[in-house]
Design a protein around this ligand. Structure first.
Ligand code: HT7
Length: 895
């Protein structure tokens, strides 16, 4: 397989102006007619025109209406090369035959439960027709679709419907035109038996936009929340960024077979059904929140829409796929802000940072570590794979967030406006975004760009000291960027540190000025006291000395997690308890609790490994008790604050990860906490139960979250009273959030009740494939001994199907994420996953590569586990006909 490098980027030799596509959709084969107007980048040049193509049968090729002779072009398995095209502009017509029915990769044009649909990002368009399949080729498209009318009554593509009509032989057609230039990864087509929920959004300039969400008829009633989410995203983008949708129609289609969450195709978003369909009976609060976030995410892509203030359009995309974070990082940041504004900001931040710690941190320290803007790849799809996407998406969003932290809301908006003004209609780079932020604010961003080029999560150490006589408080920062594959030398990063200093009563002290680099810098600009500020740490070692600090403070560092780093501060246990009780920054309150829990867990893991008795620190119990019983706190914040760090997070901090010890310790602490806080937890369940109709809003979600975590704690006691409580909650639940939480609580404990309730749940929901997937994942993840056999048996369950990604993610992915059974010391978990990867690769390489990535951190474990996992990776790498997707991850993991 060939590796592709960022440094090798070259401008295309040819641009495409217009692309007219014709599809004759058939039951066995589909004909694709593509007519492109081509112009050379450099007038008069006639260098070969190289088109990408994959699994295509070429039927004919013409230039300016004349068929080409065999000697005029070359075709191989991946390209069609026109050897000497005419100099000057010309028309290229290509007819290809493709077989969507056989396309199980779900990339390109494929069928999902009887309907045709497409997925073109990143490189799926080349499976439809020969094309320069790269994002910097932006053209205007039309698309004519012809199909059997009774089988495919609905025919959709991007833009506006120009024409539709009947054809002979029971067929019909539709002609769509997208008036704006786009790259081919945003092309989309859908044909099938679908019905729509219709609504209208009136834009701020008074235009009516028709909104349609398409699903099979029986699912239509479950699309109300998706429609609410779409309208909320449209309104939010107008209010916060001044961006107004630019077409008159916006379609969303839900399909059950989809590799990722959703795709932002211009005006025709295609979604994985699980991120559209929701009703209180079938979807949990987490599902509702995910739908809001992902509908927001897909809508908020800049290229999809945009008449910014004063009618300028703002359609910007990536120059090449290395710049993926330019669109994905920015959009994740925007969707996080959208969800924060609609719910609770601190709780959303806590959830996002937990995700970062559980996925980004391990990947940033593993064999596949790469910068936010990678330097090379074998298969582009792998940047969207499993946890690796975190480095481009989630860490990319943190980089965007740092601009906002440094510039403030208004400065950030000024940067965005300039970015649109400069780059409308262009395919650009991360430097262009950086330059817009800098220039719009006249800012000095020093070495900030290294966030795009250096891999690895920096560790920042902070040492503090107070001088009572001088009334100064010093913070000494030192930073270390870890070495990562291919990057043996690291430069210091530009790290924004948002902070406050707490006095002995827990209030923020006023901050006036600090010494830095021998200069006194004023903090408040207009003489008003300031209680929180942002320091700019740019060197390997650096000191900031705050003046006029009247008492020894406790520093609250990296408020709101102002940079994606690992912090090692010299805070004592007492300082952390103090911050947990008092910090005005709710994120840092949570963070202090997590730090205490992490330290406690690591200490107990060491005790466990040395066969010492495990004892829970009473101060920790007391700290959580005061949070649990503090009625002034947001209930969802309490739920997050009493949740222990995940096992993956703790293993990530160990020299040699020990899944058994970490699991035993986490279970011990949960059970011990449940025993000591039993009365408070029972009260929490009682006071937060409600039989009122389900509502998706923060107070109700927060109440359910708190009740259900209390229930889970109690179930860990494995006593009769708790078991009866969980069973009662299961039976009386009026919505899926409560029902599934009760089921999960019951499922912690092997035995008759568990088996009966699992069977009952399946029989209730067997006709709803999304709910059945929850049932699969609950069982896959279970820590009951020898669970691999149960999971193997579930592969043969009538509801399971290896061709459906959601089912694979639920059962096989769920198992690969299970802390105990996947890492079973006899290697049974690794063997199972190895077999599955090889089988899946033949069906769907993108899905298989997600699964193989569970092996990527094999070197973190003990020697026995290392050998067992390595053997599976070697077996996978040597499998016949392995895809590039799986090869890249497996071979880089072994390197
Ligand atoms: N921008 C989209 C990415 C995507 C994708 C990538 C590879 C293979 C399949 C895919 N489906 C969607 C969607 C997003 O970022 O949410």
């Amino acid at each position: 397989p060939k590796e592709i490098f960022l440094k090798d980027y070259k401008l295309p030799d040819y641009y495409f102006e217009t692309v007219d596509l014709g599809f004759a959709l058939g039951e066995e084969k589909t004909l694709v007619n593509s007519k492109i107007t081509v112009s050379p980048r450099v007038e008069g040049s006639s260098s070969p025109l190289v088109l990408d193509g994959h699994d295509l049968k070429l039927l004919s090729i013409k230039i300016n209406g004349n068929g080409l002779k065999d000697a005029d072009f070359q075709v191989d398995s991946r390209h069609l090369t026109i050897l000497s095209p005419p100099s000057g502009a010309f028309t290229l017509e290509i007819i290809t035959e493709i077989y969507p029915q056989k396309n199980t990769s779900l990339d390109g044009l494929y069928k999902s439960t009887g309907n045709f649909c497409t997925q073109c990002e990143a490189e799926g368009f080349r499976k439809i027709t020969f094309f320069q399949d790269r994002p910097d080729i932006m053209a205007k498209y039309t698309c004519r679709i012809e199909a059997d009318k009774s089988l495919y009554p609905v025919l959709l593509s991007n833009g506006n419907l120009l024409e539709q009509g009947e054809l002979d032989g029971g067929k019909h057609y539709a002609l769509w035109e997208d008036p704006f230039k786009k790259p081919c990864y945003l092309f989309a087509l859908v044909a099938g038996q679908l019905e729509s929920r219709d609504d209208t959004f009136v834009t701020r300039s008074g235009r009516n936009v028709q909104l349609r969400i398409w699903t099979p008829a029986e699912d239509l009633s479950k699309t109300a929340h998706a429609m609410y989410s779409l309208k909320a995203a449209m309104k939010w983008d107008e209010d916060v960024f001044g961006l107004e949708y630019d077409l008159d129609l916006f379609n969303i289609v839900a399909v059950p077979d989809f590799n990722m969450g959703a795709m932002e195709n211009k005006s025709l978003n295609i979604f994985n059904s699980k991120l559209v369909l929701a009703s209180p009976e079938t979807a949990t609060d987490a599902d509702y929140a995910a739908i809001l976030g992902v509908i927001g995410h897909e809508y908020l892509f800049i290229l999809e829409h945009g008449t910014i203030l004063n009618k300028n359009t703002c359609r910007v995309t990536c120059r090449d796929w290395f710049q993926l974070s330019l669109k994905e990082g920015l959009t994740v940041f925007r969707d996080q802000e959208f969800s924060s504004d609609l719910g609770s900001r601190p709780v959303k931040r806590i959830a996002d940072v937990s995700k970062l710690r559980n996925y980004q941190f391990p990947q940033d320290a593993g064999p596949m570590a790469h910068p936010v803007r990678p330097h090379s790849y074998i298969k582009m799809d792998n940047f969207y794979t499993g946890q690796f996407f975190c480095l481009v998406y989630e860490k990319g969003a943190e980089v965007v967030r740092m601009y906002k932290t440094l510039l403030g809301t208004q400065g950030f908006r000024k940067g965005m406006d300039l970015y649109f003004k400069r780059h409308d209609g262009q395919a650009v780079t991360c430097e262009d975004f950086f330059a817009a932020m800098r220039d719009a604010n006249g800012a000095d961003f020093a070495n900030f760009l290294s966030w795009y080029s250096q891999a690895g999560t920096p560790t920042v150490k902070v040492a503090s000291s107070y001088n009572a006589e001088a009334k100064t408080f010093s913070l000494k920062f030192s930073q270390e960027v870890p070495l990562t594959p291919g990057q043996p030398i690291k430069e210091p990063m530009f790290i924004p540190v948002a902070l406050g200093l707490l006095d002995s009563s827990g209030k923020d002290l006023p901050l006036t000025s600090f010494f830095h680099d021998g200069m006194l810098q004023s903090i408040s600009s207009n003489g008003e006291p300031v209680y929180s500020t942002v320091l700019r740490v740019t060197k390997k070692e650096e000191e900031f000395i705050f003046s006029d600090i009247t008492e020894k403070p406790v520093p609250s560092l990296f408020r709101g997690y102002s940079a994606p780093i690992r912090l090692e501060a010299d805070l004592s246990e007492a300082d952390l308890f103090f911050l947990l009780a008092h910090d005005s920054d709710e994120f840092n309150r949570w963070e202090a609790g997590q730090l205490l829990a992490r330290n406690l867990m690591l200490t107990l893991v060491a005790d466990f490994q040395q066969n010492k008795p495990l004892v829970l620190n009473p101060k920790f119990v007391q700290g959580l008790k005061s949070i649990l019983t503090d009625s002034s706190l947001d209930k969802e914040f309490i739920a997050k604050a009493i949740t222990l760090p995940g096992e993956g997070e703790i293993m990530d901090m160990m020299k040699i990860a020990d899944p058994d010890a970490v699991h035993a310790v986490r279970s011990f602490i949960r059970k011990q906490l449940a025993a000591e806080l039993r009365a408070e937890l029972l009260n929490t369940v009682k006071n937060n139960s409600s039989s009122e109709a389900y509502e998706f809003n923060h107070p109700n979600m927060a109440r359910r979250a708190l009740k259900n975590i209390a229930l889970a704690y109690l179930a860990s006691l494995q006593d009769e009273e708790s078991a009866a409580l969980a069973l009662n909650e299961y039976k009386s639940a009026t919505n899926m959030t409560d029902q599934f939480a009760a089921l999960a609580a019951i499922a912690q404990n092997p035995g008759k009740t568990r088996d009966e309730v699992l069977a009952d749940f399946y029989s209730k929901w067997q006709d709803n494939f999304l709910v059945v997937n929850k049932w699969f994942s609950l069982q896959a993840w279970a820590d009951i001994p020898g669970n691999v056999e149960n999971v193997r048996n579930l592969l043969n369950h009538p509801a399971f199907d290896l061709r459906n990604p959601n089912k694979v993610y639920a059962l096989i992915g769920g198992f690969a994420g299970s802390p105990v059974n996947f890492h079973a010391k006899d290697g049974s978990g690794y063997k199972f996953l190895g077999e599955m990867v090889v089988q899946l690769d033949k069906i769907n390489p993108q899905v298989a590569s997600r699964m193989v990535s569970a092996f990527s951190r094999w070197r973190r474990y003990d020697e026995t586990r290392q050998n067992l996992a390595k053997a599976q990776l070697e077996m996978i790498v040597s499998a016949n006909g392995l895809s590039e997707n799986v090869f890249e991850i497996a071979s880089k993991s072994l390197a």
